[in-house]
Design a protein around this ligand. Structure first.
Ligand code: UDP
Length: 236
């Protein structure tokens, strides 16, 4: 029986965008590889990848004049492309990886069953989840909580482009502070825009702790793995 901790890491697809957001790049992801190597010594790892670098239903689908569900389906396909990118990059660095897809596409990823997840984890593989929840009108934040629960993760980490949750919107107010700890109740009461409400409701219901931190800061993932108090931690 593995004594490793188990974590689900949610990564935004924007990880694969250059700073000016004009081209695709794996620069940031490549810097995460050594952190992942260290993390994998102590943790079983699952990852949910977004699709925002390619397509978001609410954004690009709307701009194209698509119906909402068609836009979201394209967004889910975008996450599959990112999953293939992650799998390939990780495998090039010696990781064993299993790609699981919520959308049926056996050429790309396996179906998500409890048995398959636990077999892959038992074999020391990193799990990469794509296709979101498989349903339109959700985001990959919700699939992160869902997959975290399915794989038995003790924590969900959201690697994003901000340092954590602030007392106010830093884009609008100068006098803001980073909040290191919050309860689900505080988040619900203050309506912090940390993640979509559906994801948050699911996390709160199952009391799964979440850590939100800036994945673009070198070493952040490693620090989270070492149990350092980075970003914002949300618990019951
Ligand atoms: N999406 C969806 N259902 C899901 C997950 C994602 O319809 O369960 C669509 C949605 O349009 C979303 C897009 O896929 O905008 C890409 O995911 P997301 O916006 O979460 O990616 P990120 O911002 O994390 O890169």
């Amino acid at each position: 029986m593995s004594t490793k901790k188990r974590v689900l890491i949610k990564l935004t697809g924007e990880l694969f965008l250059s700073h000016d957001k004009k081209r695709l790049t794996a620069d940031v992801f490549t810097t995460l590889i050594s952190d992942l190597k260290e993390l994998h010594l102590t943790h079983d790892i699952g990852m949910v990848i977004g699709g925002g670098n390619f397509f978001r239903g609410n954004q690009h689908g709307k701009a194209l004049g698509l119906t909402a569900s068609a836009g979201h389906q394209i967004g889910m396909l975008a996450t599959m492309m990112n999953g293939l990118i992650i799998k390939d990059l990780l495998e090039q660095h010696g990781f064993l990886v299993s790609l699981f897809s919520a959308l049926t596409c056996p050429e790309v990823g396996e179906s998500i069953t409890s048995q398959a997840l636990h077999e892959a984890l038992g074999a020391g593989r990193i799990l990469v989840f794509v296709g979101g929840t498989g349903n339109p009108f959700f985001t990959t934040d919700t699939s992160a909580i869902l997959r975290g629960l399915q794989m038995g993760a003790q924590e969900v980490w959201k690697g994003t482009s901000v340092d954590g949750v602030y007392s106010d919107d830093p884009a609008k107010t100068a006098d803001v502070t980073l909040l290191p700890k919050l309860s689900y109740q505080q988040v619900l009461k203050k309506r912090y825009g940390i993640m979509d409400a559906t994801a948050f409701a699911l996390a709160a219901e199952h009391c799964i702790p979440m850590r939100i931190f800036n994945i673009f800061v070198p070493g952040a993932l490693m620090r989270a793995g070492r149990g350092e108090d980075i970003g914002t931690c949300i618990t019951s």
